[in-house]
Design a protein around this ligand. Structure first.
Ligand SMILES: *Cc1c(COP(=O)(O)O)cnc(C)c1O
Length: 425
């Protein structure tokens, strides 16, 4: 499949029916799979052979969709999860345990911030948060002898900071750890982090990948590039025998697929946040048009951003494609075709004016969602990020008056007319 161009892969990758089989990826709505002998099934259990036996571990629909996403990101393998949150958690927990340390950009999704700062801390994993704009020296200084990885968002939700992936990858690799990038907002249409040195990519597929707000889901993709064996003292879970799998050593047996195989064989086996095959099917429908939708989101968002920027009812605006953005240069480097459909801005009159504006919108809906076909708005300080203190909010790049506008693919004239009339009130 991978010899095709990107747009073709969106449609064709992951599933190639044989003679007489369904043209469209079927939903294998079955928890289990039948074998003629228990010996055959035992070989699957022992990871001696690949095949299906229980949907928590593998399912043909999920596998096809995971393969497609791996292909789009340029990775060697992928695993679907029930949500983006599960993907973030698994991607870290697969190579990091109690008593160890990670570094994360502070400009990340509110749910991920809580996951790392609160829940993973309870599990004994400590994190040092760094500014996404930190210097190489500052990043270097955050390292401890037990640091296992760096985590960041390529285009942060909702602050829209652009991460200098090359810089973060360089420092990570100098210290012998991988860089994990949440690439939800740009999608592989606009940015493929592996091309800039990232080692593992995750997504909340709930957003643009599904694109129609129908199914919550996540995915973890491995580039297969990080040399776990070279740093085997740091990653014994991958490079020494796994007693819960008859002494298999993942790097020895699976090579570049070691990280993904361990994710499935250990974490999915034990924690079980699988994506349902039905949701994987819906996700696949979204992926088929990803290359058409994302450029339209960007085109509409650019027009909306330019319109907002020139309007004097707006106090500030952040859209990295605008020349006025602090992140313009980085956005041009990493996402020359556009960042995403998401814009953040503040309205004169602060928090109160923001609420009034949102309540006056007619086309754009006030929803806890972002990045789907329909234009929507959210006030993070009172919703997704309401658990955070003002200090934490600012550290995440969010001001209390920030309105996050997710520009859909409707006619841009209608979107702007809606913004105009709501601002007028
Ligand atoms: C939404 C989101 C998540 C969490 O994903 P869910 O599918 O809602 O669990 C993680 N990262 C980013 C950047 C997101 O936008």
């Amino acid at each position: 499949m991978s010899e095709y161009r990107f747009n073709t892969k969106c449609i064709q990758s992951g599933y190639s029916p044989k003679n007489g089989e369904p043209r469209v990826l079927p939903i294998t709505q079955s928890t289990t799979f039948k074998y003629d002998s228990s010996a055959e099934m035992a070989r699957l259990f022992d990871l001696e052979e690949s095949g299906y036996f229980y949907t928590r571990l593998a399912n043909p629909t999920n596998d096809a969709v995971a393969k497609k996403i791996a292909d789009l990101e340029g990775g060697v393998g992928a695993m679907l999860t029930s949500s983006g949150q599960a993907a973030s958690f698994y991607s870290i927990f697969n190579i990091c345990s109690a008593g160890e340390h990670i570094i994360s950009s502070a400009a990340i999704y509110g749910g991920t911030f809580n996951l790392i700062a609160v829940t993973m801390k309870k599990l004994g994993i400590e994190c040092t948060f760094v500014s996404p704009d930190c210097t190489e020296e500052e990043l270097e200084a955050a390292f401890k002898p037990n640091t296992k990885l760096i985590f960041g968002e390529s285009l942060a939700n909702p602050s829209l900071t652009v991460l200098d992936i090359e810089k973060f990858a360089r420092v990570a690799h100098r210290n012998g750890v991988p860089l994990i990038i949440d690439n939800t907002f740009p999608t592989p249409v606009n940015l493929r982090p592996f091309e800039w040195g990232a080692d593992i990519v995750i997504h909340s597929t709930t957003k643009y990948m599904d694109g129609h707000a129908t199914a919550v889901g996540g995915v973890i993709v491995d580039s297969g590039n990080f040399d776990w064996e070279k740093h085997s003292d740091k990653y014994p879970g991958l490079t020494t025998p796994d007693d819960s799998y008859h002494g298999i050593t993942y790097t020895e047996k699976f090579g570049r697929m070691a990280y993904i195989t361990k994710l499935v064989a250990q974490l999915m086996r034990d924690l079980g946040s699988i994506q349902s095959p039905m949701n994987a099917f819906l996700l696949n429908l979204g992926l088929e048009t990803l290359f058409l939708r994302v450029p339209r989101h960007c085109e509409n968002a650019m027009k909306a951003a330019q319109w907002l920027e020139s309007d004097d009812r707006i106090s500030w605006i952040e859209y990295p494609d605008l020349k006025s953005s602090k992140y313009y240069e980085l956005a041009q480097k990493y996402m020359p075709n556009g960042t995403s459909g998401v814009i953040s801005f503040g309205i004169k009159g602060g928090r109160e004016a923001a609420t009034k504006f949102m309540d006056s919108l007619k086309l754009a809906a006030v929803v806890t969602h972002v990045a789907d076909a329909r234009t929507c708005v959210l006030h993070p300080a009172s919703t997704t990020h309401r658990q955070l203190t003002d200090e934490q909010l600012y550290a995440c790049g969010i001001s209390p008056d920030l309105v996050r506008l997710s520009v859909g693919i409707e006619d841009i004239e209608d979107i702007i007319a809606d913004l105009d009339s709501a601002l007028g009130k």
